[in-house]
Design a protein around this ligand. Structure first.
Ligand code: UDP
Ligand code: MG
Length: 349
């Protein structure tokens, strides 16, 4: 193994986590140092606007294994994770949230299980979520039930983005043409041998959640529409059911007409119009979700932009001053000062 290939890369997506970062380093570093093997921590700064970038640079001074990948703009948890995964160089690549809800100590167990069992994927499964809010637990419960039904039972229940992947799995992910894969569904779908490590979900160490309700909703719709056409088929069945109901209503209307009692029925008419309108809008919305996915795929825009990566820093000796030689003089050159030159920002998907 060369020094460019650490045994383990740990990807940490970070967005405005200034209060949690010192605590993270305090707990993560001893665990990784204790491995006794080369490792790197890929801290993906997802366009933080607080002191996170400054803190990270300061931490890197005393922790050379810390690598900082800065995204140009806030791109969301999944995009930040993918940016880190695709840039990581380790033989195994783990991902962990910055807020210490996933205990770093479990990483050692994951690595051991993967190696001993010849596994490509080890999921961190939340055995106990009692520290999460009731709302979070119940919405997560519904989410896992729905996706397991739609995508299949290969998706482990209660496994978020705390997991360990082999290099082969990361390469397989990279080959997928999808720009915005939902990792917790795509990873099991790849079909690699996998195992699980159960852990207790801890409360957030500091700061507040960065997952707003709308982001949770986005993740849920992305999860469903990226993996299943079932909602579209449900729309067809809803349409078929609606038609049947209409037929019954037609028969009812004809009977009422011949009985000369067509003036009444305002309420049923009102309800029917509202019901059909709502069903139509719902089906249109469903169609819209899929069209939006096709639209995004056709546009082919990257889901994130890497502004800088400390691993791209190359130390080069660049002559900074050059004094033109005077007649009869030996050329004099200014001091050669090593300058840290970064690559020009590249567009990376
Ligand atoms: N995060 C990110 N970009 C975002 C939102 C969140 O990189 O736009 C990171 C965040 O810093 C944390 C992880 O994703 O490390 C999970 O976020 P959070 O803990 O807020 O989510 P929750 O645990 O509440 O679902
Ligand atoms: Mg969290």
């Amino acid at each position: 193994m060369t020094s460019r290939e650490p045994a383990l890369s740990v990807v940490v997506p970070i967005y405005n986590e200034e209060s949690v970062l010192p605590l993270l380093v305090e707990r993560l570093r001893p665990v990784l140092d204790g491995l006794g093997e080369p490792y790197e921590v890929v801290a993906v700064d997802d366009g933080s606007t607080d002191a996170t970038p400054v803190l990270l640079v300061g931490m890197r001074r005393g922790w050379p294994q810390l690598r900082i990948v800065r995204l140009r703009r806030n791109s969301g948890h999944q995009a930040a994770l993918i940016a880190g995964l695709f840039r990581a160089r380790g033989s195994y690549v783990a991902s962990i949230d910055a807020d210490l809800q996933d205990p770093p100590e479990v990483l050692v167990e994951m690595l051991r299980l993967a190696r001993d069992g010849g596994l490509d994927i080890v999921y961190g499964v939340r055995g106990d979520r009692s520290t999460d809010t009731t709302f979070k637990r119940s919405t997560a419960g519904i989410y896992y039930r729905v996706v397991r039904r739609l995508v299949g039972n290969a998706v482990p229940a209660q496994a978020g983005d705390f997991r360990l992947l082999s290099r082969a799995t990361v390469e397989a992910l990279r080959e997928l043409p999808e720009r915005r894969p939902v990792l917790r569904l795509v990873v099991p779908w790849l079909g690699f041998p996998s195992g699980e490590v159960s852990y207790v979900r801890e409360p957030r160490a500091a700061g507040s959640t960065k997952y707003s309700l709308s982001r949770m909703f986005r993740l849920a719709t992305d999860s469903i529409t990226s993996f299943s056409g079932a909602p579209l088929r449900a729309a067809t069945w809803l349409g078929a059911g609606g038609m049947l109901l209409c037929l019954v209503m037609v028969v009812f209307a004809v009977v009422m007409y011949f009985r000369d009692s067509t003036v009444t029925g305002w309420a049923s008419l009102y309800v029917a119009v509202l019901f059909l309108g709502a069903v139509q809008l719902l089906c249109l919305g469903l169609l819209g979700e899929y069209i939006a996915r096709i639209y995004a795929a056709v546009q082919g825009r990257p889901s994130y932009f890497v502004g800088s990566d400390t691993a791209d820093l190359v130390e080069e000796a660049v002559p900074v001053t050059e004094v033109p030689p005077q007649p009869g003089e030996v050329p004099v050159r200014g001091p050669e000062v090593p300058v840290l030159a970064t690559e020009a920002p590249r567009v990376v998907r």
